[in-house]
Design a protein around this ligand. Sequence first.
Ligand code: TRP
Ligand code: ZN
Length: 880
Amino acid sequence: MRTETGQVFKLKDYRPTDFVVERIDLTFELDPKETKVISRVIMHRREGVPADAPLVLDGDEVSLDSLQIDGADIERSLYDAAPDSLTIRGLPASGPFEVTVATTISPETNTKLMGLYRTNGVYCTQCEAEGFRRITYFYDRPDVLAVYTVTIIASKDEAKYLLSNGNYLGGGNYDEGRHFAAWFDPHPKPSYLFALVAGDLGLVEDSFTTLSGREVALKIYVEHGKEGRAGYAMDALKRSMKWDEEVYGCEYDLDIFQIVAVSDFNMGAMENKGLNVFNDKYVLADPETATDADYANIEAIIAHEYFHNWTGNRITCRDWFQLCLKEGLTVFRDHAFSADQRSAAVKRIAEIRLLKAHQFPEDAGPLAHPVRPEAYREINNFYTATVYEKGSEVVGMIRTILGRGDFRKGMDLYFQRHDGDAATIEDFLACFAEASGRDLKQFSLWYSQAGTPSVSVSTDWNEAKKTFKVTLEQSLAPTPGQSRKALMHIPLAYGLILPDGAEFDGRPTGGEAGGGVFQLTRRKQTFTFTDVPGRPVLSINRGFSAPVNIAMEQSAADLAHIARHDSDGVARWQAINEQATRHLVTASRLARDGRNLPSAQELADILVAVAADESLEPAFRAQALALPAESDIAREIGSNIDPDAIHTAREAVLMEVARAGFDLFARLAEGAPKGQYSPGAEDAGKRALAGIAMSYAAIAEGSPARAKAAFDAADNMTVLSQALQVLTQNFPAARETGEALDAFKARFAGDPLALDKWYSIQATAPGAETRARVEELLASSDFDRTNPNRVRSLIGAFSSGNPTGFNAADGGGYRLLAREVIDIDKRNPQLAARLLTAMRSWRSLEPGRQEQARLALVSIRAAGNLSTDVSDIVDRMLAG
Ligand code: TRP
Ligand code: ZN
């Protein structure tokens, strides 16, 4: 029973519902195969809607048991119940009435993980974006806000805890071994924020006292036996609650805040009102099983979901086209939180890396779409790096343009004016325009134009006149459905660094450039600085103030000058990264053409000098030492990509750097903090530097001994997994590698999250041979195809984290992915579609691989019976 796959939803078609919902009462009688849901909705016809207009509610694979209006059975001729809609005619022309809908659903056989499903014996819901309609017929759209009362009835044995949104009303015994609980959420909310969880779980409790002195009970539910791993998440939650009060004046608004960690989950987590549901990967941590990166992700995602309480829940979205209104803004807020908890520069560097690795390729390929899309076939496919990450960058640009003071005023106005609303991007921008008196019309193109703008930069120094000119010129290439682009408003932070390393602080003429930011609004603009004492070096797009590609011919000496003297740490890293990228791009092109590789001595000297500089934070030095990934190099090259050539070139550079700094790396490799493990940023930074130094030292030695010794001595997962990675990826044939892999597997056999790392590390071992290993792992009995984390750890890691393995010239990697996508699609379309996006840059490959990729995509399209999710992705990838 598939719904129409060709239907396109359009932003311009928005119109409010014909009926207004006032409140909803839900009763669940939970049963694995036959859960009974009764929904009582009070509503009335919206003013001005014709008296004969029917009520049309959404459904998805639900079957109707009974239907009543104001408590009386409805005549059969007055309604039509289809699996995907319920149409009711003859409803009152005015005044409130009650619709009672009874449906039966089967959580146990719900493999899509949308709606009500079971995970490890726990009942759990996921309703964003359109999962509520899989529970009952309803107006399942974000602009329909209602007050919910929820009653849950279940067997006591099966479900000790019965949870839903809002505050606990009460509960008790029901009948024959069953009990019940009732919840009331006073805050009107859209159906996508509804949640229900019921099961036998372990509980960790704490409390938080809000700014105004109210005490909030905090509860985190995890699988039994894992209570000891919830401490960091609880700590991160309390820090998030405090931060939102301090920075935005946002206070929590219920008596209780609950988090449930589940092991089968399609995404990271979900911000259901008062009852967040998390992928357990982003809750559970202890030093033995979680890496520093895991801890950082937990902190960020706990904060993200908590911050949604104001940006998403109190103020929600009018329709799904406005998704970035909550997601871009909430990512922006979680970034700021993490920056405050850790080193801001190091956090920003990681963000830039992530944005360029995920969002830039999306924006440059067939799946490109605006931050606010204007049409979609399947909304699940728009939870993208563009909506989230670029959406966050756009909010960041508003702050850069307005300055922190006016930005905060705009946010205050947004909270005050739109609390309780289902809002739009226009509403959001109007608050900043009003608070600052600025016209943001041109700026708003960031929401509607897809693609990464390019800014070419040229400079002109006049020694005699002591003037320095900076000419900026913008362009934006066509993207699917948008052939002509308008000129954007691009805020580019800059600095002029004088020969002695000091910064020139004069203002230029030629356009708005206050606060060290060029406001580029025309196609081409020249900013002229006068009375500059000596030839300055331009540091441009500092801190990545705008998500653009900069094209500038800047000498290696000038980049080195920035790397040494820029007052902004992020800009120093940008200069180092630019230097490394340039070298790797050149070397990769030469390798592709079968020519000799250039010496990397100059780059090696810079990297070794940074590694040795103890005035810099260890985490920063680790970031500088991490060469651009093979996928970064591919992105910069842009077309006719040969992944093997890139790999060869990068390996050669790694070796040169490793040899140039061997003594230093060998020493730094011993610098991880000893004793009690702390997940804090300082110790994590030291481990990061020691880890990357260890890998360089091992590469220089050409022996697995050092990594094996680190593996054997490791007393935390960060060091352990780093060592296993070096062994597996650099010494695949060594005896020690097999020993370490076996030891890891035996040790973590009962721990799915730790074991996921075992799969990923093997899936990302470079080279065409890896595919055979992936097939072997896929075929093994402990590979659980229904668990999204496990699927991502193997198939996802292979297809999006292994350029040489996945893109093997014979096309075998593409065929593997196609086969798995077709299979997974039968159970979990959302997961299948997301895996398939690994092929989004297929058109930039060299012709042979491109053809293999095309054939694989065509084979998916030919498979038939595809979900809307997968067919939408495959059609867009093949279009044009
Ligand atoms: N709104 C969630 C977040 O950003 C993510 C989300 C959207 C989600 N759709 C989902 C999570 C489906 C799980 C399943 O935090
Ligand atoms: Zn979110």
